[in-house]
Design a protein around this ligand. Structure first.
Ligand SMILES: CC(C)(COP(=O)(O)OP(=O)(O)OC[C@H]1O[C@@H](n2cnc3c(N)ncnc32)[C@H](O)[C@@H]1OP(=O)(O)O)[C@@H](O)C(=O)NCCC(=O)NCCS
Length: 396
């Protein structure tokens, strides 16, 4: 039930200081106004909403103008939903739902994306987790590279703030070939490398390693035995990946290295004892909602031929329906149809399948994707798999 008399409206310039305070209250982290200015360069007119109760902003949400790489390398405009907040004094009265209804009416891109503070919120709005992140703790003291592991070298210690152009060029090469990759504009690079105290989570200033095809940004944490927390490791080649990990593992006085990565990261295979790499968590990262199902399904490439009628259930916007998808030689043709469905699935499930990080057979086992022909479901697995693992381009 929504709050009587309170409805979303577009933001005015006067709202932003109030929005900063609401965001800080909910997330327990004060965003610097300079950081807000950087992110606002990606929020265009009409892409930010607030709900005001008298003079107070009590709810807000926005979307960023992003560019997302999909399997096969096409880059699509995407609405990156962010700054979602409802005041603790006004929660669970329907304000998020009323803002999302209005916000999604304003989105014209084929895909909408977000990252989620909690896993239970966004499925009902047709979003599915589309990348998988593994959190690692590497016991650096005992981690040894195998004798046959490559040792390409070429890593230099750098001062991060002085290397923005090199980092940006490497990230740009990496994101073009990585499903989930995002164009990161210069304003966001400057924001990251501003390295403000409040962004350090109690850790040191940023340290950096640079290779011709990769870089690491990291902080050290703790007193006594210190450990490394990787902020970002981007490797455009396998050589850069091993060279950067060798440099990190060369930090003799650091007890362990904590880093986030994708499930197919080859580091454990490079070590004499893969158990020195402990996965401490497996989480969602990028969530997707296909706003224009035919356009999104036709933009990516596929690894297997299949012909299927999908019935997509969209309880949020009634934007689902039946779609015939014909995949031949890697390309898909998708059109609305009245034909009987072969597969029935939720809108959120389609979002989860899109980048190839989750399998149709797993959703079928959970009764969230239903089909009479189990071989067809395996064909969907074969078609949607991506040879490059999906990863989030950068947090937003
Ligand atoms: C999460 C948050 C935005 C929800 O706002 P809200 O106005 O209370 O949400 P609504 O009342 O509109 O609820 C909409 C639906 O989501 C559900 N929901 C809301 N918050 C939820 C949560 N944290 N977990 C699971 N479900 C949730 C409601 O039950 C409701 O379900 P229904 O409409 O299907 O019955 C708000 O609690 C908040 O600002 N939290 C702190 C900041 C945050 O986490 N922001 C999200 C950043 S990604």
């Amino acid at each position: 039930m929504s709050v009587p008399g309170l409805s979303p409206r577009s933001v005015s310039d006067d709202d932003w200081p109030h929005m900063l305070r609401l965001d800080a209250t909910n997330f327990g982290h004060v965003t610097d106004p300079a950081a807000l200015s950087a992110w606002r360069t990606l929020i265009h007119d009409g892409a930010a909403l607030v709900v005001a109760d008298g003079p107070d902003v009590v709810a807000q949400s926005s979307f960023l103008d992003l560019q997302l790489t999909v399997p096969g390398g096409a880059v699509l405009p995407v609405a990156g939903i962010t700054w979602v907040s409802v005041a603790p004094t006004h929660r669970r009265r329907g304000l998020l739902r009323s803002m999302f209804t209005d916000l999604h009416d304003r989105i014209t891109t084929p895909i909408a994306a977000l990252t989620a503070s909690e896993g239970g919120i966004y499925g009902r709005f047709g979003y599915g987790p589309a990348t998988v992140r593994h959190e690692w703790s590497v016991d650096r003291r005992v981690a040894l590279f195998r004798s046959d592991a490559p040792d390409p070298g070429g890593v230099r210690i750098v001062t991060p703030a002085e290397r923005v152009d090199e980092f940006a060029a490497i990230h740009d090469r990496w994101r073009r070939s990585t499903p989930g990759g995002l164009v990161r504009p210069r304003a966001l690079w400057d924001d990251l490398l501003a390295d403000r105290d409040e962004d350090r989570a109690g850790g040191s200033a940023l340290f950096g390693f640079l290779h011709a095809d990769g870089y690491v940004l990291y902080r050290t944490h703790g007193s006594g035995p210190r450990h490394v927390r990787v902020v970002e490791l981007t490797a455009a080649t396998a050589e850069a990946h091993v060279a950067l990990w060798r440099a990190l593992c060369g930090l003799d006085l650091m007890e362990r290295i904590e880093a986030g990565t994708h499930p197919a990261d080859p580091l454990p295979y490079l070590l004499t004892d893969a158990r020195t790499v402990r996965t401490t968590a497996a989480t969602d990262e990028l969530w997707l909602r296909l706003m224009d199902i035919p356009a999104a399904l036709q933009a990516r490439t596929y690894a297997h031929d299949v012909s299927v009628v999908l019935e997509v259930d969209d309880a949020f916007r009634r934007n689902g329906g039946r779609f015939a998808l014909q995949i031949r030689d890697g390309r898909g043709v998708c059109t609305a149809t009245d034909a009987a469905p072969d597969i029935v699935l939720g809108h959120d499930v389609l979002g989860s399948l899109y980048l190839g990080a989750h399998r149709a057979t797993a959703f079928a086992a959970a009764n969230r994707l239903r089909a009479n022909d189990s071989e067809l479901v395996r064909d969907i697995d074969r078609a949607f798999v991506s040879d490059v693992p999906a990863q989030l381009g950068f947090p937003f």
